[in-house]
Design a protein around this ligand. Structure first.
Ligand SMILES: *Cc1c(COP(=O)(O)O)cnc(C)c1O
Length: 419
């Protein structure tokens, strides 16, 4: 955190301050390869630490249930205007508290309990909130998951169409959390039109790539777009809904009063800051570098014999099937973490193993690209991952300790933003 804020915290609450410092140190000395994480700018963190956190502002700009919201109204209006401008959307709602609540708002806006919903199944890379059984979205709605093809590892739109024609869902989700390939929003829109379903594109992972022109946009194809703001978009933890003007009031009412109380105004302000940053030319360069780095990492891993779901990547993430390497996703992720490479265990499509210790790991380049790492560094990281996975199999703690020192040295050459 900024030095002045750290001093204030240290003086007031040394115990907590020491923990925050420890996390600063962890992030600085390790490399984050979790595709859903990023490092925000000092300006985003400054907005998060502002007095805006003190305010209650239930309602929307100009229509509040509390007084004293003149400034908050202007902040939220600015965030909305920047979101609409950046994504070319007719309507934006910046109040959802995070990605999962944003997705619930889509159900609240368009569905009644028991209606059918289609989404990419969790094991195939979908999100819990797209109708998976352990989520209320799979209990309160009739869930009809689609998958990916076993031979290609990617969604087959002919299969999605056949399922949609048979099941007549009211809502179809596209997008997910572990999809390494470009999403065909136009193709999904055609299917949704054919069966008269609402199409929701969840671009939580892709928003920054879309803003930077490194992935096609769902705007103009999907009826509603949901996204987190803290992944590739590199803002605070939060979310947004984008949609056509015709759905504006349904979406707004679904968020408040349908699901939430007061918005988090400090987060809204930080979203506005992030949206402005994402509109700059250097953000477009950043988005393209994320993809170039992911490709380089994928190529280097493939050269070392790693098996990548779908054979590679078009975006910021890679799904690595470790079956042939004789380790589980959990064993690999834990060993790599001891080496300072932070990843997450992840199911692969048709995974025979259990979710808590699946067959794969998921890797992403948004955070390391923010720090300035380039293609040559990806080859280095692939070498470390290879050595780390071998070390995981033979329980070689010495190698992991040696890797940790090498990772820390590289990380030290690429400081976190604002440090
Ligand atoms: C991360 C993610 C979410 C959920 O976001 P939270 O902020 O963790 O609630 C929803 N959908 C997709 C596709 C995601 O990747």
């Amino acid at each position: 955190m900024p030095a002045a804020a750290a001093d204030v915290l240290a003086a007031e609450d040394p115990e907590l301050a020491a923990l925050v410092r420890a996390e600063d140190e962890r992030q600085a000395t390790e490399l984050c390869l979790i595709p859903s994480e990023n490092h925000v700018s000092p300006a985003v963190r400054a907005a998060l630490g502002s007095r805006l956190t003190d305010k209650y502002s239930e309602g929307y700009p100009g229509k509040r249930y509390y007084e004293g919201n003149e400034v908050i109204d202007r902040i939220e209006a600015l965030a909305i205007a920047r979101a609409r401008e950046l994504f070319g959307a007719e309507h934006a709602n910046v109040q959802p508290l995070s990605g999962a609540p944003a997705n619930l708002a889509v159900y609240a806006a368009f569905l009644e309990p028991g209606d059918a919903v289609m989404g990419l199944g969790l094991p195939a890379g979908g999100h819990l909130t797209h109708g998976w059984g352990v989520s209320v979205t799979g209990r309160w709605f009739r869930s009809v998951p689609y998958g990916v093809r076993r031979d290609t590892g990617v969604v087959d739109l002919d299969e999605v169409r056949a399922l949609a024609v048979r099941e007549r869902p009211k809502l179809i989700w596209c997008g997910g959390t572990a999809i390494p390939r470009t999403i065909d929003f136009a193709g999904f829109a055609e299917i949704a039109r054919e069966v008269d379903a609402v199409l929701a594109a969840d671009v939580a992972h892709l928003a920054g790539l879309i803003a930077g022109g490194a992935h096609p946009t769902p705007v103009g194809h999907a009826d509603v777009v949901t996204t987190t703001t803290h992944k590739t978009l590199r803002g605070p933890r939060g979310a947004m809904l984008l949609g056509r003007a015709e759905h504006a009031s349904a979406l707004d009412r679904a968020v408040f009063p349908g699901l939430q109380g007061g918005p988090h105004d400090h987060t809204t302000a930080a979203i506005a800051v992030a949206l402005r940053e994402a509109a700059q030319p250097d953000f477009s360069a950043y988005a393209h570098q994320i993809v170039a780095n992911a490709r380089a990492l994928g190529d280097a891993l493939a050269e070392r014999g790693f098996e990548l779901v779908s054979g590679g990547t078009d975006n910021h993430l890679l799904l690595v099937d470790l079956t042939a390497r004789g380790v589980t996703g959990g064993q690999a992720a834990e060993a790599l973490a001891r080496a300072g490479l932070v990843t997450n265990r992840n199911a692969i499509p048709f995974d025979p193993r259990k979710p808590l210790d699946p067959s794969g790991i998921r890797l992403g380049t948004p955070a390391v690209t923010t720090r300035g790492l380039r293609e040559a560094d990806m080859a280095t990281i692939a070498g470390w991952i290879d050595a780390g996975v071998v070390a995981a199999r033979v329980a070689d703690e010495g190698t992991l300790a040696r890797l940790r020192a090498e990772v820390a040295e590289l990380a030290g050459a690429y400081p976190l933003p604002g440090s």
